[in-house]
Design a protein around this ligand. Sequence first.
Ligand SMILES: Nc1ccn([C@@H]2O[C@H](COP(=O)(O)OP(=O)(O)OP(=O)(O)O)[C@@H](O)[C@H]2O)c(=O)n1
Ligand SMILES: C[C@](O)(CO)[C@H](O)COP(=O)(O)O
Length: 403
Amino acid sequence: MAESVAAILVAAGRGERAGHSTEGPKQYRTIGGRAVLAHTLALFRSHPRIETIVLVIHADDHALCERALGKEAARVHLVTGGAERQISVRRGLEFLRASDRPPGIVLIHDAVRPFADHATVDRVIAAAIAHGGAIPAVPIADTIKRATSDLSIAETVPRSGLYGAQTPQGFRFAAIVGAHEAAAGSGRSDFTDDASIAEWAGARVVLVEGAAGNVKLTTREDIAAADERLANEKLKEKLPVIDVRTGNGYDVHRLVPGDHVTLCGIKIAHDQRLDGHSDADVGLHALTDALLATCGAGDIGDHFPPSDPQWKGAASHIFVEEAVRIVAAKGGRIMNADISLICEAPKIAPHREAMRQAIATMTGLSLDRVSVKATTNETIGFVGRREGIAAIATASVVYGEGK
Ligand SMILES: Nc1ccn([C@@H]2O[C@H](COP(=O)(O)OP(=O)(O)OP(=O)(O)O)[C@@H](O)[C@H]2O)c(=O)n1
Ligand SMILES: C[C@](O)(CO)[C@H](O)COP(=O)(O)O
């Protein structure tokens, strides 16, 4: 049978280091539109393994707590804390021990760590079951100095093996109750976390991976940063997802004796012609493929099979226009088209502007979004030997605008 898990959220501190606020101690301050405590409680309430939640608050804070939690306040067990964190935790443990069904595992968490996450809670529970005690921790990234009271550095502490301890800290219930009782009996009340009490009592506590974002809100600046973090997260949720896609296309056709070629929709007098599908306009064929690629709609051969006699000699703007229609039907808006022609002859430069204009007309793009470039193949290979002309095209399309 799975171990039963309870959580104690300690929220009885006075938040001295965060300074005074009309909202009360820091656990009642508003971040992202609700109290810090409400964020923390929501995380634990929504965790499927946690059956019982004990909320430890200050005797003076009942009204603040009810205002912060509303109906949720009735779904936790409220316990009055003490003057030290250690005492507040002990009161929570004593409440659970006196309950009908004390848990197998208890998680102890600072109410002022509102950014803990379920994955961390899962790791702590699993390791507490396996080892008796577990805490989330992050390796220390700063160089650590020990200083004297006049702030002179006394020592640089080697940071290898040093970790920052976070909460929730998880323990076998009976073991942590025993450790807390022993600590109280010894008169010590200076432990800053529950792991140090368990360690002091001789129990094994292991580290599990913590999360950099699981910060404790200690100062006024921490609270302001938390509020900003949540505001940014909300803003991100509202931002539309911009689905920009890029497609590429490549085509090549053989050159045979003739009197003209058609490239990017423009007929150019030449002592050769391009042989193949339709008018064999490699530029427009590559562009058709690039457009179809942006919505996974196959390639030119799928839509206009070369074996189909109706495409013999056809003007290739038909293919581009069909690709434009398919893109539009899928909610796409074409942003630009860029075509590179690779040939030794004919010269492309005198026809470039006409080609751009033709493509702008076929695609509905403004001229500044259409690019046609040409290069020779430096007399190398089949293009260099004037056996064929190749083209490469790229197109960008934005899909799903306004959704
Ligand atoms: N007597 C106390 C002291 C602290 N805590 C809780 O322990 C957590 C971590 O403590 P800390 O950040 O030190 O909070 P405060 O004691 O409130 O802060 P400060 O030391 O600045 O007064 C907080 O959720 C705090 O409410 C508690 O339940 N009882
Ligand atoms: C328990 C704790 O969150 C571990 O990092 C921390 O020690 C409690 O805060 P305090 O400022 O030390 O009371």
